[in-house]
Design a protein around this ligand. Structure first.
Ligand code: G6P
Length: 680
């Protein structure tokens, strides 16, 4: 949901072409977050700021940039630029609504924003009364204009950090911002609350220390109305990281981004901003301040500079046509990465280091409540029953948005598990904070180290699936599923009665990579099925039962989100309570009928469908003679019942991919969607 990117070079000469290319390449990496329009701001020729914006994908912005009558060879020894790729929330995708948004037609203050300002109407009204004229429909424009207003109402005396601090104190909602201004040349200020933002640092010499001090500049300095102008003395402790040994300034580059994937090609040294941090980059130094310093502020006094563990190859498509295809094919490896160092296949034990010290609390829980959105929610549904079976603890799965709407009672002896690939989904984060406030133990299951959910929960599990770029989640689903199964096993590890069952599941986990490979090997057959039968359909029902309920929902989600064919996952037990009315010889149906204890019941669903002239395609276990001769089948290897969903989802992922290709959909960038939904 919008990607922001910033680039600052200090004493490190770059041509305008290089600066623009760095910004545009950064945007390309973040494009999965939003791709309806894009824009960037760089220095002009006369101490001004140039803004270039375009509707459509980053490629369109790149073309527009090339067409500008600019001197691209102009060198900049030091420079600060910023860029944005948008997923529209306020206002249609249009050039005027694209970011950067500006304070005025001289571009005095320009802003890029990821998030939503919920009180923007009030701010806009106030500013309109003061004579400001708005040009866009965005919530962000009010921030650019408010910045100018605050600056002027304080007689232009605030420095850039103080100014942004004063502005963001007036804002409600969620944001990650980068600010740039002609009043503060070669400076950038970035801040976040609720939306991710990290800063990459690239230097020739080693940094003195691997952390940045949070500087203490006490109290608030100013207010919008300007009554409180008493400025306490700044207690500046220049961050030790940027002190040079010989006292001479060092060349340095900074890369600010919503996501590490835009930074890793430049540097692996990054620091993650915390909510309410204000990062100020000027004269080659990065200073971190807090919006408010209060007694309750219990954030660390430093921000550590960490080393990214992702490799550039992981965020490239390689020989695949699309990220989604690559990610589907990566699953035999990504599932191993999720289990690596955690599952001991010989003595049948699971050790999740992130839960160490918390397992005894979880075992005593009154309830386990999973909270998630989209595909992540389906991984919770898929594993809920193995939690209940192994641990005998009531386990429920909640959609984060519905959970927030209901405001259900949550108690101190509840354990709440927040599952999120990105770790940044707004609804899931809000639900997490709701549960934290009520004293529940909060567990995070994410794919993103350093994300809000992994930082703010008490403990958790990283699924280690590697970066997932395709909007339609595939490998993250299988890895989340495995992470949750591992958690269920670890919690039950002391129970003798479930030992056999645990061993059977761990043996199934061992075979999983080869089971997945076996399904990937029938890809050509699935492609043929898509061409011959499914691409013509307007609607497709996916039916199953028990463990496969989640497979049906997830398969249908994949198909609808990237092929735009209407598809519904239907619990076979509910068939006769309504959905059966849809069945006739024209309705496309896929029935998931692998062999587990529900098989006879699914057989009865098959009979009900057949009796209404339906002719379903059946996903069954290899060699199921009952079905083979009577139905078009997709055969998959048999595994432990609670892991079968991991195998069964693969043909549905592949089918959705082929259907999207046949429909001419831009697979990695389906319309109206975004990978990371950081707004409610
Ligand atoms: C978006 C994505 C989905 C994802 C969902 C939850 O809708 O398109 O692929 O499942 O958000 O995201 P999360 O990062 O919390 O797993």
């Amino acid at each position: 949901m919008c990607g922001i990117f910033g680039y600052c070079n200090f004493l490190c000469e770059k041509s305008r072409r290089e600066v623009c290319d760095t910004l545009l390449n950064g945007l390309s990496r973040l494009e999965y977050r939003g791709y309806d329009s894009a824009g960037f701001a760089v220095d002009g020729d006369i101490e001004d700021t140039l803004i270039i914006k375009q509707v459509g994908k980053v490629a369109a912005l790149r073309k527009l940039t090339d067409d500008q009558p600019l001197d691209f060879s102009k060198p900049f020894i030091s420079h600060c630029g910023m860029a944005h790729t948008r997923w529209a929330t306020h206002g249609q995708p249009s050039q005027i609504n694209s970011h950067p948004q500006r304070s005025d037609d001289k571009n005095e203050f320009v802003v890029v924003h990821n998030g939503i300002i919920t009180n923007y109407k009030e701010i806009k009204l106030l500013l309109e009364k003061k004579g400001y004229v708005f040009e866009s429909d965005t919530d962000t424009e009010c921030v650019a204009k408010l910045t100018k207003y605050v600056f002027e109402s304080h007689n232009k005396e605030l420095n850039f950090t103080e100014l942004v601090k004063t502005v963001v104190k007036e804002l409600e909602g969620s944001y990650a911002f980068i600010f740039k201004s002609t009043h503060f040349p070669n400076e950038i200020v970035a801040t976040r609350r609720g939306s991710p933002l990290l800063i990459g640092v690239k230097t020739q010499k080693k940094l003195k220390v691997d952390f940045v001090d949070v500087e203490s500049s006490d109290n608030s300095f100013a207010t919008v109305e300007g009554q409180d102008m008493s400025r306490p003395a700044l207690n500046r402790s220049q961050s030790r990281a940027f002190l040079s040994e010989d006292g001479l300034p060092q060349p340095i580059e900074y890369f600010l981004a919503s996501d590490a994937s835009a930074i890793v090609e430049h540097t692996k040294r990054v620091l993650y901003l915390e909510d309410d941090d204000i990062a100020h980059i000027a004269d080659g130094e990065l200073h971190i301040h807090r919006v408010r310093r209060s007694k309750e502020d219990n954030t660390a006094p430093t921000r550590s500079i960490q080393t990214l563990e992702i490799e550039l190859a992981e965020i490239m498509k390689g020989s695949f046509d699309h990220f989604m295809q690559k990610e589907i094919y990566e699953q035999p490896e990504s599932v191993v990465n999720t289990m690596r160092g955690r599952v001991n296949f010989e003595n049948h034990e699971v050790t999740l280091g992130g839960l160490r010290g918390f397992t005894h609390i979880i075992r005593r829980a009154r309830r386990i409540i999973f909270v998630a959105c989209g595909t992540s929610y389906h991984s919770c549904l898929a594993t809920r029953s193995i939690f209940e079976e192994l641990n005998q603890i009531g386990t429920q799965a909640e959609l984060a948005s519905d959970f927030l709407d209901r405001e259900p009672p949550i108690f101190r002896d509840d354990v709440c598990v927040f599952v999120s690939q990105s770790g940044e989904t707004a609804d899931t984060i809000l639900a997490m904070r709701y549960c934290l406030e009520r004293g529940a133990l909060c567990v995070g299951v994410t794919n993103t180290v350093g994300s809000s959910i992994s930082r703010e929960t008490h403990c958790g599990v990283h699924i280690n699936a590697g970066p997932e770029i395709g909007v339609a989640s595939t490998k993250a689903y299988t890895s989340q599923y495995i992470a949750l199964v591992m958690m269920a096993i670890q919690l039950a590890q002391d129970s003798k009665s479930s030992q056999k069952r645990r061993e059977e599941i761990i043996d199934g986990l061992y075979r999983l990579p080869s089971d997945i490979k076996e399904v990937l090997a029938i890809d050509a057959k699935l492609q043929q099925l898509a061409v011959e039968q499914l691409a013509q359909e307007k609607s497709l029902l996916i039916l199953g039962r028990g463990y496969q309920n989640a497979t049906c929902l997830e398969g249908a989600l994949k198909i609808k989100e990237i092929s735009y064919i209407h598809s519904e996952g239907i619990f076979a037990g509910e068939l006769k309570h309504g959905p059966l009315a849809l069945i006739d010889e024209t309705m496309a149906v896929i029935l998931v009928m692998t062999q587990d204890k529900y098989y006879p019941k699914v057989q009865s669903a098959l009979q009900q469908v057949s009796a209404r002239s339906g002719n379903p395609i059946v996903i069954c276990n290899t060699g199921d003679e009952n079905l083979k001769n009577h139905h078009r089948t997709i055969e998959v290897p048999k595994t432990s019942d609670c892991l079968q969903g991991l195998v069964n989802i693969i043909p549905l992922q592949l089918l959705s991919y082929h259907l999207a290709i046949l429909k001419g959909v831009d697979v990695d960038f389906p319309r109206n969607l975004a990978k990371s939904v950081t707004v409610e």
